[in-house]
Design a protein around this ligand. Structure first.
Ligand code: FAD
Length: 437
């Protein structure tokens, strides 16, 4: 099966077999339970930032499955509510089991994307040269934030596709990934001097273009592509089927997965894109492992207001981190940004990634925007941990993460972990299909 890849992962010292075994047997079982715990389950996010990328009508995803349901503040755990975060005084009388059962649809609250009040360019003043900000930070006290129960809003097929979705991917790859020098250079009115490719559906950078790029530029493209692979694997594994009576259910769609990744249907690009998923996974794995001493220190507050639950969550997180620390084939970030132009290149790397995260504000399917934001923020947090000059676990003044970054990193990594598990599922389905033929 094309989905059972083997051998070395490019740009890394790791082979696919070791990584799959490690993920499926050690990481996935813990991580899939960890993200169900309250601290990681409730995500506070601003889904109404202004789309600064496209002019005019940006279209809306009309499908019901594009919608996101939000929680009322009184329905989320007491320690996560406004003003309580980071103030761990346990008052057991308040720590009753809370469930976000009263849900409102996001669209009902703020109307459409184009007519809501925006908070603009809010985090430039927080910029610090030694701690790179790969994403805009919405800390717990920012405005326009809503609580989302991630378990009640799973990432799955929504029907968001066609030109609306393509232009997002196109803007990400063609205007914000580093491109081979042969591409036309135009001045982009919004983001300055970045390359602009030709129009059309298909992304212009192919795997053969990548060979001439330096390591940093190649890694940039490949981790974004890995994220794209993960999103498309999820929607193929949790695809929407309708029977003849209008009943709906979600389940794996092997044909959809094959359409996206089979080499014969993708001009040989499918397996390369699947391999990029492993790279993105390795990068986030390395970041988690690098941040272990921070996550297990007294400084890191994992607080929801329920002592028993918080203790359990901390134990699960510690167990996950023990596994990540012992992984023998980590991504080596020390090989990047080493030559004489390193500082400039790093700055460009950060700026381009920041643009990618902002393009997600233009995704017009709420559910896709939610998970797109979460996963790009998770990736941005991983990059911040790996490439900031100030070390997260360093001496002197190490940097700290806000809760939203931690929740994004752990949930984003859980998505990648699940995608790798799904590859195994599609492989088995493929074998069964062959037997039946
Ligand atoms: P697309 O996936 O739209 O890809 C466009 C082009 O990019 C392809 O033609 C190909 O040339 C290239 N390409 C494809 N995959 C890769 C890769 N891995 N690496 C490099 N190049 C690639 N849909 C849902 O149903 N549920 C979701 O939760 C969801 N979340 C999304 C989040 C974001 C941020 C975006 C932008 C889209 C999301 N979508 C989601 C839409 C989904 O990703 C696809 O865009 C859609 O299903 C249409 O797929 P497609 O086959 O036309 O190609």
């Amino acid at each position: 099966c094309f989905c059972q890849l083997t051998g070395q992962i490019d740009d890394c010292f790791c082979d696919i077999e070791t990584l799959e075994k490690f993920n499926n047997e050690q990481v996935f079982p813990i991580l899939s339970e960890l993200v169900k715990q309250d601290f990681f389950r409730y995500y506070k996010v601003n889904l109404f930032k202004q789309c600064k990328y496209f002019d005019g009508d940006i279209g809306l995803c009309e499908n019901e499955s594009c919608g996101v349901k939000i929680c009322a503040e009184e329905d989320i755990p007491v320690g996560l509510r406004n003003g309580n975060f980071n103030k761990p005084t346990y008052d057991e009388s308040q720590a009753s089991d809370t469930e976000c059962t009263k849900r409102t649809t996001l669209g009902d609250i703020n109307g459409t994307l184009s007519n809501v009040t925006m908070d603009v360019l809010d985090s430039w003043d927080k910029h610090d040269d030694t701690t790179y900000q790969f994403c805009d930070i919405d800390d717990e006290s920012s405005t326009n934030l809503y609580y989302i129960d991630l378990l009640a809003n799973p990432e799955r097929y929504t029907g968001y596709k066609g030109p609306m979705a393509w232009r997002i991917w196109k803007a990400i790859y063609e205007e914000n990934c580093f491109s081979p020098d042969t591409m036309t250079r135009n001045i982009n009115p919004i983001f300055g001097n970045v390359p602009v490719g030709k129009s059309g559906k298909h992304v212009q950078i192919s795997s053969s273009d990548l060979q001439g790029m330096c390591l940093e530029k190649r890694i940039f493209y490949r981790v974004i592509s890995g994220l794209h692979t993960s999103i498309n694997t999820h929607l193929s594994a949790e695809y929407l089927f309708e029977d003849g009576w209008g009943e709906q259910h979600w389940g794996p769609n092997l044909a959809e997965f094959q359409r996206r990744f089979d080499p014969q249907q993708t001009k040989q690009e499918g397996p390369v894109r699947l391999k990029n998923l492993y790279l993105t996974y390795l990068l986030e794995l390395r970041a988690l492992s690098k941040a272990t001493s921070y996550f297990t220190s007294e400084d890191f507050v994992l607080f929801t207001g329920n002592k028993k639950k918080d203790k359990k969550t901390k134990e699960m997180l510690t167990s996950l981190l023990d596994h990540t620390k012992n992984f023998p084939m980590h991504f080596d970030e020390g090989l990047m940004f080493k030559d004489k132009n390193a500082k400039l290149l790093k700055k460009e790397f950060v700026d381009r990634f920041l643009n990618v995260t902002r393009i997600i504000d233009c995704v017009t399917c709420e559910k896709c925007r939610l998970w797109g934001k979460l996963q790009t923020k998770g990736l941005g947090t991983a990059l911040k941990i790996l490439f900031s000059e100030k070390e997260i676990d360093g001496d002197g003044k190490p940097f700290r993460l806000v809760r939203q970054e931690v929740v994004s990193l752990v949930n984003g990594f859980a998505r990648l972990s699940k995608s790798i598990k799904y590859l195994d599922m599609f492989h088995k389905m493929h074998v069964e299909q062959d037997k039946e033929r």
